[in-house]
Design a protein around this ligand. Structure first.
Ligand code: BDR
Ligand code: CA
Length: 362
């Protein structure tokens, strides 16, 4: 497919209209009118924790899910797509359009995480085939149409590799100024989970992540350094299992199967709430504390592809290896962040929200 990783240098971006306008739009997200549901598109690769996030979104009046767009990631698209459809069906929300997206990253081969999410992406728990069908539009068409028709109204909550989001931004450059915010689960300030450098979603499609971080769109990054510290254990799964509605029952089965397998195979007793914590922030921003950063995504590194390199001050470029051009030694420029990064989470508040929403109506 035709796409180009932004050629902008860090300094060029920081001095650009995208970089400048970002700062002025950041607070808007936090100022969303109380009582008005935040309108969201979920871009997702279900995925055990994606499933929790989707259930949470669909049972929370603070958000209105306008669409679900599906991407390959935790498992291939022929599994993530029906998984999204069955989760929507279990939640009793067939009104929500679900669209098929990319089946592979922009330029790389797909790497999945079946080891974490089970062969079917839902912890190996077998659910009935969904009756619901995806809409005729592609994920990119649906995402673009919804954003275009609702300028600066839509928050994209990206819970998988950023392939769909990047493709939409590249194929329709005017989209960037129309998105209210992209809240991304991905990256890390402290090292990865799939490699020492990279978090899974960014590792799977580093070029896509780079496009999104260079696009000048208001961005919020909820990285592994925070999400992996908020883990679901037996205690919370019991609460899900005890409740008697279809969502809590499905969520309990998925989490129980996942944790049983993890315990057996890897002696691990907790599962990081990566995607639901990201979703919870959109529902209740007080769950996360954020800090401004300038984040770049590594795409060239043989061992570090997908690493999120985060600056809390103006970045300096290292001199190019083979260039005879004079080394730029001008003093540090002005710090212009491109992203708000979660630095702390209120785990108690998060679990209260997640469990009360998933078990409601039992
Ligand atoms: C992220 O990768 C996936 O395995 C999870 O669903 C989450 O989106 C965590 O690194
Ligand atoms: Ca995910």
């Amino acid at each position: 497919m035709a796409f180009s990783v932004s050629e902008m240098s860090r300094r060029a971006f920081l001095g650009s209209a995208g970089g400048a306008s970002l700062a002025s739009t950041l607070p808007k997200f936090a100022r969303a009118a109380a009582g008005t549901p935040r309108r969201v598109i979920l871009d997702t690769d279900p995925g055990v924790d994606d499933a929790m996030a989707i259930f949470l979104a669909l049972r929370s009046p603070e958000v209105k899910v306008e669409a679900i767009t599906v991407v390959a990631g935790n498992v291939p698209l022929p599994l993530t797509l029906p998984n999204a459809l069955r989760l929507v069906e279990i939640a009793g929300r067939p009104d929500i359009p679900v669209a098929a997206g990319a089946s592979a990253p922009l330029i790389r081969r797909l790497v999945t995480a079946k080891y974490a999410h089970g062969n079917n992406g839902l912890g190996g728990v077998e659910f009935a085939e969904p009756k619901l069908k995806p809409v005729n539009e592609s994920a990119v068409q649906l995402m673009s149409r919804v954003v275009h028709n609702n300028p600066v109204e839509i928050t994209i909550v990206a819970l998988g590799p950023l392939t769909n989001v990047a493709t939409a931004l590249v194929s329709e450059p005017s989209l960037a100024s129309r998105i209210e915010n992209i809240v991304v689960m991905g990256g890390s300030l402290t090292g990865g989970n799939i490699t020492p450098a990279a978090e899974f979603n960014f590792y799977v499609d580093p070029e896509a992540a780079r496009i999104v971080f260079d696009a000048g769109v208001p961005l919020t990054m909820v990285g592994l350094h925070v999400t992996s510290r908020v883990q679901m254990h037996d205690e919370q799964i019991r609460v899900l299992e005890a409740a008697q509605n279809p969502v809590s029952q499905a969520a309990g089965k998925i989490m129980r199967a996942t944790l049983d397998r993890w315990q057996k195979e890897r002696k691990i007793t907790g599962f990081g709430m990566h995607d639901p914590l990201t979703m919870a922030y959109v529902i209740d921003p007080s769950i996360l504390t954020l800090k401004d950063y300038y984040v770049q995504i590594e795409t060239m590194g043989e061992l570090t592809a997908g690493e999120s390199v985060a600056y809390s001050r103006a970045p300096r470029l290292s001199p190019p290896l083979n260039s005879v051009a004079p080394v730029d030694e001008t003093p540090e420029g002005e710090f212009r962040p491109n992203c708000r990064v979660a630095v702390e989470a209120d785990a108690d508040k998060f679990f209260h929200l997640l469990l009360s929403r998933l078990t409601a109506g039992s």
